[in-house]
Write a protein that binds this ligand. Sequence first.
Ligand SMILES: C[S@@+](CC[C@H](N)C(=O)[O-])C[C@H]1O[C@@H](n2cnc3c(N)ncnc32)[C@H](O)[C@@H]1O
Length: 183
Amino acid sequence: MSLLIIAIIAAAIIFAVLIIYFIFFFNFVFLGHNLPTGKEAQGLVEKFLVSNGKTNANFIDLGCATGIFSCALKERFPNLNITAADKDCLRILLAKLRAKLLKRDVNFITKNIFALDVSRADVVYTYLWYSVMPPLEKKLLAELKPGAIVIANESFFPTWRPVKVIDIYPGKNNSERLFIYKK
Ligand SMILES: C[S@@+](CC[C@H](N)C(=O)[O-])C[C@H]1O[C@@H](n2cnc3c(N)ncnc32)[C@H](O)[C@@H]1O
Protein backbone atom coordinates (compact mmCIF):
# COMPACT_ATOMS: atom_id res chain seq x y z
CA MET A 1 0.00 0.00 0.00
CA SER A 2 2.72 2.47 1.02
CA LEU A 3 4.65 1.51 -2.13
CA LEU A 4 1.60 2.43 -4.18
CA ILE A 5 1.38 5.84 -2.47
CA ILE A 6 5.10 6.47 -3.12
CA ALA A 7 4.62 5.50 -6.77
CA ILE A 8 1.63 7.87 -7.12
CA ILE A 9 3.57 10.76 -5.51
CA ALA A 10 6.60 10.09 -7.76
CA ALA A 11 4.36 9.98 -10.85
CA ALA A 12 2.69 13.25 -9.79
CA ILE A 13 6.08 14.94 -9.33
CA ILE A 14 7.35 13.71 -12.72
CA PHE A 15 4.11 14.90 -14.34
CA ALA A 16 4.41 18.35 -12.73
CA VAL A 17 8.05 18.68 -13.80
CA LEU A 18 7.13 17.72 -17.38
CA ILE A 19 4.28 20.25 -17.45
CA ILE A 20 6.60 23.01 -16.18
CA TYR A 21 9.26 21.99 -18.72
CA PHE A 22 6.75 22.19 -21.59
CA ILE A 23 5.40 25.56 -20.41
CA PHE A 24 8.93 27.00 -20.50
CA PHE A 25 9.77 25.24 -23.76
CA PHE A 26 6.69 26.63 -25.56
CA ASN A 27 7.19 30.03 -23.95
CA PHE A 28 10.72 30.12 -25.38
CA VAL A 29 9.65 28.86 -28.82
CA PHE A 30 6.61 31.09 -29.29
CA LEU A 31 7.60 34.27 -27.44
CA GLY A 32 11.26 34.33 -28.41
CA HIS A 33 14.40 33.79 -26.42
CA ASN A 34 14.95 35.43 -23.08
CA LEU A 35 18.72 35.22 -22.88
CA PRO A 36 20.07 37.52 -20.20
CA THR A 37 22.79 40.10 -20.71
CA GLY A 38 26.21 38.50 -20.30
CA LYS A 39 28.52 39.28 -17.39
CA GLU A 40 30.99 41.21 -19.59
CA ALA A 41 28.27 43.47 -21.02
CA GLN A 42 26.80 43.96 -17.56
CA GLY A 43 30.22 45.01 -16.24
CA LEU A 44 30.53 47.56 -19.05
CA VAL A 45 27.04 48.95 -18.38
CA GLU A 46 27.96 49.29 -14.69
CA LYS A 47 31.22 51.03 -15.58
CA PHE A 48 29.33 53.40 -17.89
CA LEU A 49 26.77 54.27 -15.19
CA VAL A 50 29.54 55.01 -12.69
CA SER A 51 31.64 57.13 -15.05
CA ASN A 52 28.57 59.10 -16.18
CA GLY A 53 27.20 59.71 -12.67
CA LYS A 54 24.01 57.70 -13.33
CA THR A 55 24.04 55.32 -10.36
CA ASN A 56 20.90 56.86 -8.83
CA ALA A 57 19.12 57.65 -12.09
CA ASN A 58 15.75 56.50 -13.45
CA PHE A 59 16.72 53.36 -15.38
CA ILE A 60 14.41 51.38 -17.68
CA ASP A 61 15.16 47.84 -18.87
CA LEU A 62 13.03 47.46 -22.00
CA GLY A 63 12.30 43.74 -22.40
CA CYS A 64 13.61 42.51 -19.06
CA ALA A 65 12.71 38.80 -19.46
CA THR A 66 13.04 37.05 -16.06
CA GLY A 67 14.83 40.01 -14.49
CA ILE A 68 18.34 38.56 -14.09
CA PHE A 69 20.03 41.70 -15.42
CA SER A 70 17.84 44.20 -13.57
CA CYS A 71 18.19 42.37 -10.24
CA ALA A 72 21.98 42.20 -10.64
CA LEU A 73 22.10 45.91 -11.44
CA LYS A 74 19.98 46.72 -8.40
CA GLU A 75 22.35 44.73 -6.20
CA ARG A 76 25.30 46.73 -7.54
CA PHE A 77 23.50 50.11 -7.39
CA PRO A 78 20.83 50.08 -4.66
CA ASN A 79 19.90 53.72 -5.39
CA LEU A 80 19.24 53.11 -9.06
CA ASN A 81 15.49 53.46 -9.66
CA ILE A 82 14.79 50.54 -12.02
CA THR A 83 11.62 49.92 -14.00
CA ALA A 84 11.74 46.72 -16.03
CA ALA A 85 9.06 45.69 -18.51
CA ASP A 86 8.36 42.60 -20.56
CA LYS A 87 5.28 41.66 -22.59
CA ASP A 88 5.33 38.10 -21.24
CA CYS A 89 3.53 37.73 -17.91
CA LEU A 90 5.25 34.40 -17.12
CA ARG A 91 8.68 36.03 -17.40
CA ILE A 92 7.52 38.95 -15.23
CA LEU A 93 6.11 36.50 -12.67
CA LEU A 94 9.54 34.85 -12.44
CA ALA A 95 11.24 38.26 -12.31
CA LYS A 96 9.01 39.32 -9.40
CA LEU A 97 9.74 36.04 -7.63
CA ARG A 98 13.47 36.57 -8.14
CA ALA A 99 13.24 40.15 -6.81
CA LYS A 100 11.29 38.98 -3.77
CA LEU A 101 13.74 36.18 -2.96
CA LEU A 102 16.81 38.37 -3.47
CA LYS A 103 15.17 41.42 -1.84
CA ARG A 104 15.75 43.67 -4.84
CA ASP A 105 13.41 46.63 -5.14
CA VAL A 106 12.80 46.61 -8.91
CA ASN A 107 9.51 47.73 -10.48
CA PHE A 108 8.72 44.78 -12.78
CA ILE A 109 5.72 45.27 -15.04
CA THR A 110 3.99 43.22 -17.71
CA LYS A 111 3.69 45.62 -20.61
CA ASN A 112 4.47 45.94 -24.28
CA ILE A 113 7.43 48.31 -24.38
CA PHE A 114 5.67 50.35 -27.06
CA ALA A 115 2.95 51.21 -24.55
CA LEU A 116 5.40 52.13 -21.79
CA ASP A 117 5.90 55.72 -20.62
CA VAL A 118 9.62 56.42 -21.03
CA SER A 119 9.42 60.20 -20.59
CA ARG A 120 11.02 60.18 -17.11
CA ALA A 121 13.88 57.82 -17.99
CA ASP A 122 17.47 59.00 -17.59
CA VAL A 123 18.89 55.75 -18.97
CA VAL A 124 17.18 53.14 -21.14
CA TYR A 125 18.70 49.72 -21.73
CA THR A 126 17.78 47.35 -24.55
CA TYR A 127 18.85 43.82 -25.47
CA LEU A 128 16.22 43.11 -28.08
CA TRP A 129 15.73 41.60 -31.50
CA TYR A 130 16.75 43.63 -34.57
CA SER A 131 13.16 43.78 -35.87
CA VAL A 132 12.07 45.76 -32.79
CA MET A 133 14.71 48.46 -33.19
CA PRO A 134 13.29 50.59 -36.08
CA PRO A 135 9.92 51.31 -34.41
CA LEU A 136 11.64 51.61 -31.02
CA GLU A 137 13.98 54.25 -32.42
CA LYS A 138 10.95 56.35 -33.45
CA LYS A 139 9.31 55.98 -30.04
CA LEU A 140 12.42 56.83 -28.04
CA LEU A 141 13.35 59.83 -30.20
CA ALA A 142 9.79 61.15 -29.83
CA GLU A 143 9.31 60.46 -26.12
CA LEU A 144 12.65 60.57 -24.28
CA LYS A 145 13.60 63.78 -22.53
CA PRO A 146 16.62 65.71 -23.83
CA GLY A 147 19.85 64.30 -22.40
CA ALA A 148 18.43 60.81 -21.84
CA ILE A 149 20.79 57.99 -22.68
CA VAL A 150 20.05 54.71 -24.43
CA ILE A 151 22.39 51.75 -24.08
CA ALA A 152 21.60 49.20 -26.78
CA ASN A 153 23.22 45.80 -26.48
CA GLU A 154 24.13 44.33 -29.89
CA SER A 155 21.00 45.29 -31.87
CA PHE A 156 21.23 48.95 -32.89
CA PHE A 157 18.96 51.64 -34.29
CA PRO A 158 18.80 52.04 -38.08
CA THR A 159 19.31 55.83 -38.38
CA TRP A 160 20.10 57.26 -34.91
CA ARG A 161 23.90 57.68 -34.70
CA PRO A 162 25.47 56.39 -31.49
CA VAL A 163 27.76 58.76 -29.57
CA LYS A 164 29.91 55.80 -28.56
CA VAL A 165 30.33 52.14 -29.49
CA ILE A 166 31.94 49.79 -26.98
CA ASP A 167 33.30 46.37 -27.93
CA ILE A 168 32.11 43.87 -25.35
CA TYR A 169 34.95 41.47 -26.17
CA PRO A 170 37.75 43.75 -27.43
CA GLY A 171 40.29 42.12 -29.71
CA LYS A 172 37.87 39.43 -30.86
CA ASN A 173 36.55 39.34 -34.42
CA ASN A 174 32.85 40.16 -34.67
CA SER A 175 32.76 41.20 -31.03
CA GLU A 176 29.32 42.06 -29.70
CA ARG A 177 28.92 45.75 -29.00
CA LEU A 178 27.15 48.24 -26.79
CA PHE A 179 25.77 51.26 -28.65
CA ILE A 180 25.41 54.44 -26.60
CA TYR A 181 22.88 57.03 -27.81
CA LYS A 182 22.09 60.44 -26.39
CA LYS A 183 18.78 62.25 -27.03
C1 LIG B 1 16.99 38.92 -24.90
S1 LIG B 1 15.76 39.21 -23.67
C2 LIG B 1 16.58 40.50 -22.73
C3 LIG B 1 16.54 40.29 -21.24
C4 LIG B 1 17.12 41.40 -20.38
N1 LIG B 1 16.89 42.73 -20.88
C5 LIG B 1 18.60 41.21 -20.19
O1 LIG B 1 19.35 41.93 -20.84
O2 LIG B 1 19.03 40.34 -19.46
C6 LIG B 1 14.55 40.12 -24.62
C7 LIG B 1 13.18 40.23 -23.96
O3 LIG B 1 12.46 41.27 -24.60
C8 LIG B 1 11.09 40.96 -24.55
N2 LIG B 1 10.39 41.74 -25.59
C9 LIG B 1 10.58 41.73 -26.93
N3 LIG B 1 9.74 42.58 -27.53
C10 LIG B 1 9.00 43.15 -26.56
C11 LIG B 1 7.95 44.13 -26.54
N4 LIG B 1 7.48 44.68 -27.67
N5 LIG B 1 7.42 44.49 -25.35
C12 LIG B 1 7.87 43.93 -24.20
N6 LIG B 1 8.85 43.00 -24.15
C13 LIG B 1 9.41 42.62 -25.31
C14 LIG B 1 11.04 39.46 -24.79
O4 LIG B 1 9.84 38.91 -24.27
C15 LIG B 1 12.32 38.97 -24.08
O5 LIG B 1 12.00 38.48 -22.80
